[in-house]
Write a protein that binds this ligand. Structure first.
Ligand code: M6R
Length: 369
């Protein structure tokens, strides 16, 4: 039940810290990530994998994109993300050394289910990341890593998304350990940081009132753009999707590096643009490139709202609004940066008097192809 909340979505956003904590719980043993469900596939099999394809739809595919950066960096396996309905019909190259990982909150998304069956028949190993115990997709997969976000009722996915990303981090760190691609100290540091994330998510939730105010001011916007780079890119896509589905506003997410290849033509006076700024502690070069992007769009009149880590003063001269997130390993930033965007979309929809739990034309799980 909704309890005292105005909507299921409002309640579920506040449950983000638990979604991360409960997904990690029991999967860090003696300081190292150990996901027993993955061991079921066999350590030899995990060591032999030479390609990972993440398949999903919508928000789950953006979780997959975040996961692709992490798994590739930590486990040194080529990882790609494909939309389930594209994967299924493109005649993909699959071998027994291919691991196809499906990501689905409901476990019933027909496009993803068909893609999993197809992958299995083509000889791939299949792993499901799923939030719903006993649903169809896990039953059709060789192994399942459940996310423990708890039931998600609002059509727009929030806590299940952060739980999916969390599960993908766990997969990446488990593989990094089994395949010895990460040093022991690094495995331990990342596991520790993962356990510290829920408290940081709780911290970000405190931006709620300021973000709600911003959403009120922006409720007559015709279009909103989102920019991100590296692991911030999928977050830009997710911020845009949330706004489309909840507030019925045209919204688009771009990789910041693409700006000069076309989208910058959209920038006009007053155009709101959210920018997810990568941590300067990750790559100083990437950080400086995104700061340059901010200067470029500001010079063309954009209204810039940045999401940046605490203490990043470099963005202040060019930002109209700054939303700060706590420091974390740069790979973990998506989980923090997405929270204000979830709140923004919900509050803007609310300011427009729309039903945030049940947007028009959408169903919680899409059980037709
Ligand atoms: O249940 P699933 O995770 O398989 O659902 C996938 C998408 O349909 C879902 O994430 C959709 O994009 C959400 N409405 C986004 O908020």
């Amino acid at each position: 039940e909704k309890g005292g909340w105005s909507s299921f979505m409002a309640k579920e956003i506040t449950e983000n810290p638990d979604a991360v904590a409960n997904t990690v719980r029991g999967r860090v043993v003696d300081g190292l990530v150990n996901v027993p469900e993955l061991s079921e596939l066999g350590d030899d099999v995990l060591r032999g994998i030479n390609r990972i394809i993440l398949i999903a739809c919508g928000t789950a595919s953006y979780a997959g994109m975040v996961g692709s950066y992490a798994i590739e960096a930590w486990a040194r396996i080529p990882v790609e993300v494909q939309l389930s309905h594209e994967f299924r019909y493109r005649d993909p190259v699959i071998t027994p050394e291919t691991l196809v990982v499906s990501i689905s909150q409901s476990g019933e998304t027909m496009d993803t289910l068909m893609a999993v069956k197809f992958a299995r028949e083509a000889g791939a190993r299949t792993l499901s990341i799923c939030n719903t115990q006993g649903s169809t997709i896990p039953r059709e997969s060789d192994a399942v890593v459940y996310t423990h976000a708890g039931p998600e009722v609002a059509v727009a996915s929030t806590k299940a998304f952060v739980a999916q990303i969390t599960a993908l981090y766990l997969v990446g760190l488990h593989l990094g350990r089994v395949r010895s691609t990460l040093a022991d100290a690094e495995l331990r540091r990342l596991a520790r940081e993962l356990q510290e994330l829920p408290a940081k998510v709780t911290e970000v939730l405190k931006t709620g009132p300021a973000v709600a105010q911003l959403a009120k001011w922006m409720s007559d916007s015709q279009a909103v753009l989102f920019l991100g780079r590296n692991v911030g890119y999928p977050i830009a896509l997710e911020g845009a999707l949330k706004l489309k589905e909840l507030a019925y506003i045209h919204a688009e997410g771009f990789a910041a590096g693409e700006l000069k290849h076309g989208p910058i033509a959209l920038i006009d006076h007053g155009q709101p643009v959210f920018v997810v700024v990568p941590s300067p502690r990750g790559s100083a070069l990437i950080h400086s490139k995104v700061v340059s992007n901010i200067q470029e769009i500001r010079a063309r009149g954009a209204r810039v709202i940045v999401i940046a880590e605490l203490g990043d003063a470099s963005v202040l001269p060019y930002a109209d609004e700054v939303i700060t997130i706590p420091l974390a390993d740069p790979m973990f930033e998506p989980i923090l940066a997405v929270i204000p965007l979830q709140i923004f979309a919900m509050e803007l929809a609310d300011a427009k008097g729309l039903d945030v739990d049940q947007p028009r034309n959408l169903a919680k799980s899409v059980t037709v192809e």
